[in-house]
Design a protein around this ligand. Sequence first.
Ligand code: S3P
Length: 434
Amino acid sequence: MSQTVRFDPAGPLRGSYTPPPDKSISHRAALFGAMADEPVTVVNYLDSEDTRSTLDAVMTLGAAVAEEPDGRLLIRGVGLHAPLEATGGILNVGNAGTLLRLLPGWLAGQPGGVWTLDGDDSIRRRPVDRIAEPLERMGASVEVREGRFPPFTVRGADLTGIQYDLPVPSAQVKSCVLIAGMFASGSTTVTEGSTSRDHTERMMRRARVPFERDGLRITVAQVDELELDHVVVPGDPSSAAFIVAAAVLVGGSRVVVQDVGLNWTRTGFYRIAERMGAVIVGELEEPGAEADEEPVGELDVASGPLEGTVVEPEEVPLAIDELTLVALLGAHADGETVVRGAEELRLKESDRIEGVVEGLRGMGADIEATPDGFVVRGDGSPLRGGTIDAQGDHRMAMLGAVAGLASSEGVEVVGMDAAAVSYPGFERDLRALL
Ligand code: S3P
């Protein structure tokens, strides 16, 4: 059921705010917990539609998940090599692209097992050839619809390590091949064109998987068991970015974001926003840092006059889920904002290049699409407002809400309920700061 919600121009956002738990890290915690022999405790697991799909999938495969009275999850995994359940069956990934791309890395390493991953209409438009290709080269058999899309069937095998150069900058594909690498004889090396989020690598190091990084090259070796006993999930910097953008855009705002993940491979948006003139004070992790742990901290955010900027392709994977917010900031900034090298945005939960260009243009923005991004020009005055259809995409729904608060006449968001995919309490949290 599609819900339409209006967001009117608002006074300043003020106060302190704790974002919901990180979606990417929650997915990985559930998968690694399920692949471990010993129980794994997950503190602050995200309760959202996407991350519930991951818990459902691992339970279908034989892991047990229990919620403790204090809200922690206790995952009793099946280990890396025990036979998994539900072979021959369908695993419903819902709307979760991360589950769709990571889980097959595990399934591919299970000789004798066969599973089909499928999901909602949006998931059926998400390409899986990008994981099918390396998994086949490692020895698994796969079937995909029209050579490219789910339903996606993976038949496990004794895998062999490969050298793989990622054809697209994608943390999901990188993670899939690294996970499969834990089952493969020899070693598996993945080379990225530019750095993408590294949560899988950090979790592998903590689980004592034999693992090496040399610049953009990551090598993993076969392993018998994971040594992981607990995972603490920080606040999601991508979810927080929507509140931060609202605070940056609405004059007089000041918001302190608490317990937010500051991993440098996730905070590209914050660096771009600062460059545009936003006031963001906090200890963002230094770009290039390699660590086992996920850094967490506080950010003190205030609005400021914005200027246009150019976002280069190597920055794109570090801000991939927040680039529509860069467009919104650009529409309110003085001068031209250009995003290049972001063609992957066309393959997200919706085509986010078309969505943001049509959506912001309808609110009065001077914005045009390019094949790999967009160009937006502003003169420092707010957008008029209008209507935006989220098209079932959680991040487009949240973008519309923020645009409404910053506009002069308000924005109606069609399909606001989509926000629950990653951030069920978004509207409540946003309004609580007003
Ligand atoms: C994710 C990686 C990114 C991102 C997605 C989550 C992950 O996707 O857009 O929201 O958890 O690894 P791609 O790997 O397709 O860029």
